[in-house]
Design a binder for this molecule. Structure first.
Ligand code: GDP
Ligand code: MG
Length: 179
């Protein structure tokens, strides 16, 4: 058939050092490098799902230096995004607090963005001995905030990262069908 091209703008948010860039690079290259630097960028990536080409644009954001004076999410970012991935580290409780605030902020920032699909990702699952946020707590928070939830290790596997992007694409398609 003559299927139209699907495009999805994905915004990655969350505190510093949680693995946003690791997750992005895993999705783009299937590889884990270890060091990513502090670069804010939008990457384009074509993925084939069920024989269909999906064009992903991924905005790997930087958490602002001083969050008391700046909002941690800009209007521009939210207007751009079709879907949001909120990343925290399971071994950093303060990063979990950051995504709790960011969910609230997203839901508050206007009617249009109120319905943007959000996936909450607890990353660094390989560091079990340093765990500071239980799976249960992550899952319950996501449920209460009407978000999907995954725990993954960008360092260990590509598979979990792939599942996150595919689930988000499904949610984006659903939200478009409702409009
Ligand atoms: P960002 O600031 O959120 O973009 O975080 P980065 O992607 O730069 O990752 C921060 C640090 O955590 C880097 O040293 C990564 O190698 C490391 N890292 C990222 N994901 C994982 C993971 O799943 N497990 C472990 N052990 N380290 C990770
Ligand atoms: Mg980064």
């Amino acid at each position: 058939g003559n299927q139209h091209k699907v495009e999805a703008n994905v915004l990655l948010l969350g505190a510093e050092n949680v693995g946003k860039s690791a997750l992005t690079v895993r999705f783009l290259t299937r590889r884990f490098i270890g060091e990513y630097g502090d670069i804010e960028s939008i990457y384009s990536h074509i993925d084939k799902i069920d024989g269909r080409e999906i064009s992903f644009n991924i905005w790997d954001s930087l958490y602002p230096q001083s969050c008391e004076t700046t909002e941690s999410i800009s209007e521009k970012q939210l207007q751009w995004a079709d879907g949001v991935i909120l990343v925290y580290s399971i071994c950093d409780r303060s990063s979990f607090e950051v995504i709790r605030q960011q969910v609230q902020l997203i839901r508050q920032m206007g009617k249009l963005s109120a319905s943007v699909p959000i996936i909450i990702v607890g990353n660094k699952r390989d560091l079990q001995h340093q765990r500071a946020v239980s799976s249960e707590e992550g899952r319950l928070f996501a449920l209460s905030a009407d978000c999907s939830f995954f725990e993954i290790s960008a360092a260990e596997t590509y598979h979990g990262v792939l599942l996150v992007f595919h689930e988000l694409l499904e949610l984006i398609k659903e939200s478009r069908a409702l409009k």
